[in-house]
Design a protein around this ligand. Structure first.
Ligand code: G6P
Ligand code: MN
Length: 449
């Protein structure tokens, strides 16, 4: 089986390759093709992967290319994990929004819209190329903002593109552990959009155990989301929100914390990763050196994840148990396995709504538990959202739709509408200045000037 990774020079690629190395089952991936525009990053990544494979006899073969069609030809699965504009672009997304007093974040609010505007045209082009060059391949989209990017690719690829995120699984797993259950035995009642969803229940043996957790303030404040939102607010909601909802429920506080931080997340990662790629790309590295540099960088990155939000909430460093994420690579591998081997699995994925949430149309990509088999991912029926969640989900989806429209039309008015309709952008005047600011900064958005 052949897997192609678009954005193959990206920092998370060794996580995927590590998961593949641990897969001993029949029909596993035998060949990985890394595609990236940047040959230097590809070279550095190929070294890390070679270090990972050292001493493993049947490690999947790795090839690297900067030619997209060559990368796609013959692929069974395509992971799309690109970052249009790089971390420099992420840092600019954050900086320009924060200067206007609104949230500058990778996937949420003004920063997410800027990133979406930049990424959607590229994602659409990739989808067209996949449809032409590898029409039978399944595309697993990791590229953020994952919901709107998956929706853009689905225009061309339909249900052959599936978006993934690690945050719902990680959340479900942390809650299950707290309740003394094995995560694999729990049914997680989670629904919403990507980075905008809620765990409304967690059933173990058919019984909803979430009320037991909500009743126990100490247990509630012993895990990442509990500390972030506080027991009282979680009880008011009667649900556990995805950690990204912190940006909505504590918006003013997080904006201020981000403005006061000495560096934004994007700027921190940009500098950190610059060091890593320089080190891993050095001529004639000692065996294992590239992998060691990567591992050091990864640990530091994980330890500082969402640190401004934790500061707002007045909670300290991450606990060991919080560091256990859902793992993109694990979700992706489980998904690929279920499709390739027709092994039924239930996974929380980004797929087209069909009729799942009645407040959204059939094409809207939502994040929801899905049954997966060789026919793809099928959303399961879920209870309707409460009104406060309907409000957020529909207004954010409306903003996403304007992103899709603006990326197609190139119209400044559409782009202004995308920012202005987002619940975290509080003025049309701000939206106009954001479009001007982003168009001046990002070469790919020059059309909006
Ligand atoms: C989580 C989200 C991803 C996001 C990442 C950002 O894993 O689910 O969608 O890309 O956090 O982490 P970073 O270390 O880049 O800030
Ligand atoms: Mn995510």
């Amino acid at each position: 089986m052949r897997l192609t990774i678009l954005g193959g020079g990206g920092f998370r690629v060794p996580l995927v390759y590590g998961a593949l190395l641990g897969d001993r089952a029949e029909g596993r991936v035998s060949h990985v093709t890394l595609y990236d525009e940047d040959s230097g990053r590809l070279r550095a990544m190929a070294r890390v992967l070679a270090d990972q494979a050292a001493g493993i006899a049947d490690a999947p073969a790795v090839t690297a290319t900067t030619d997209l069609d060559e990368a796609l030809r013959g692929a069974d699965f395509v992971f799309s994990a690109i970052r249009v504009g790089g971390l420099e672009g992420r840092a600019a997304d954050e900086r320009i929004a924060l200067a206007e007093g609104v949230l500058g974040q990778e996937t949420v609010g003004a920063g997410g819209i800027a990133y979406g505007l930049r990424t959607v045209p590229v994602a659409r082009e990739i989808a067209r190329r996949v449809a032409r060059t590898a029409p039978d391949a399944w595309v697993i989209n990791f590229t953020n903002p994952a919901g709107v990017v998956t929706e853009a690719m689905a225009e061309e690829l339909g249900d052959r593109v599936i978006g993934i995120c690690d945050s719902p699984v990680g959340l479900g797993r942390r809650i299950a552990r707290l309740l003394g259950a094995r995560p694999e035995d729990a049914w997680i009642d989670y629904v919403g959009l990507n980075h905008l969803g809620w765990v409304r229940g967690l059933r173990i043996g058919g019984r909803d155990e979430l009320p037991r957790l909500l009743a126990d303030a100490r247990a509630l404040e012993s895990f990442e989301e509990g500390r972030l939102f506080g027991a009282e607010w979680l009880r008011s909601l009667g649900a556990i929100p995805n950690e990204y909802l912190h940006y909505y429920y504590f918006n003013r506080d997080t904006v201020r914390a981000y403005q006061e931080a000495k560096q934004t997340r994007g700027a921190f990662l940009r500098d950190q990763q610059r060091g890593f790629y320089a080190e891993a790309g050095r001529p004639d590295p000692a065996p294992g050196a590239a992998l060691a540099a990567w591992d050091r960088t990864r640990a530091e990155r994980e330890a500082t994840y969402m640190s401004e939000n934790r500061e707002v909430a007045g909670v300290g460093a991450r606990e060991e148990s919080d560091l256990e994420s859902g793992g993109y690579e694990k979700v992706a591998l489980a998904l690929m396995r279920a499709i390739a081997r027709d092994e039924r699995a239930t996974l929380i994925l980004n797929v087209r709504n069909r009729g799942t949430l009645s407040v959204l149309d059939a094409e809207a990509v939502i994040e929801v538990p899905c049954l997966v088999d060789a026919n793809g991912a099928h959303p399961v029926a879920v209870d309707p959202l409460p009104l406060h969640a309907v409000g957020l989900v529909t207004s954010v989806k409306a903003a996403e739709r304007e992103v899709l429209a603006a990326a197609a039309s190139g119209s400044r008015a559409d782009a202004v509408k995308a920012f202005a309709l987002h619940p975290l952008v509080d003025s049309v005047g701000v939206a106009r200045r954001l479009v001007t600011g982003y168009a001046a900064e990002h070469p790919g958005l020059g059309y909006l000037r």
